[in-house]
Design a protein around this ligand. Sequence first.
Ligand SMILES: [Zn+2]
Length: 266
Amino acid sequence: MDIISHTLTGVAVGTVVATISNSSWKNKALIILSGGFGGTLPDLDAISLWSKFDSTIGALFGLSHSGKEIYFGKFWYSHHAAFHSLIAPIILILIYTLANVILRGKLKCSNALVNAKSKWFPTIAFFLGFLLHLLEDMPTPASVWGGVNLYFPSNNYVGGFGNIWWWNNYDLVLIILSVIVINLLINIIPVRFYKMKIISSISFFALGVTLFLIQINVRTVDFSYTGHTTNYAMFESQSKAIQKEILGDKIFQIMTTIDNKIPLNF
Ligand SMILES: [Zn+2]
């Protein structure tokens, strides 16, 4: 799945955690951003596809394989490998917590920064954003990886089902965006309705997940392939045709215009 959809999904789960946190808007913004960051981060392993990878990172670490070989390979640092596992966000959170403790000890920060309760909400949002990214990558084609290396260091890859194409899933993006907007509005409701806010926030998120799951299972094309495919362009145009059918000409045109303006696969 594309990085924009992943980031928005992290933001969406961040808005739910923000509702639950019942904290200041400043803290809520941090929670939502942390969710978005968690949603983006797994695809950091796609850096090997960067045009200057070989002359910079590759040269620095003396790597004997090219960035392209790494990206499409089965090394632990290849795309969909260790960075797409359950253990990755746990290790990252541990490193962050440890660094925070060391830094806090040295700087002797104020009690506000040591407030453990508020500190954990951004971490939870980060973890959930990261986790949802891994789940969202599962319905894409198997390609050379065969899913994501969910249980790294095990060699098993999970997913690669081919329910959806790699990108152009505008219907899913619109579902995610709706969840974000609704949850932001819920956050505006006065604190005295806290219980109702939590129930609504979680319910709308669950509704979004349900609609998402329905949509990925009603595609009329099976996008599954292993290795590399010669039908790449055909699959992509079929995916777009499905979107046009689902969204109608008008919304499809708007989404295509936005897509064309974004210099990323979307
Ligand atoms: Zn990914």
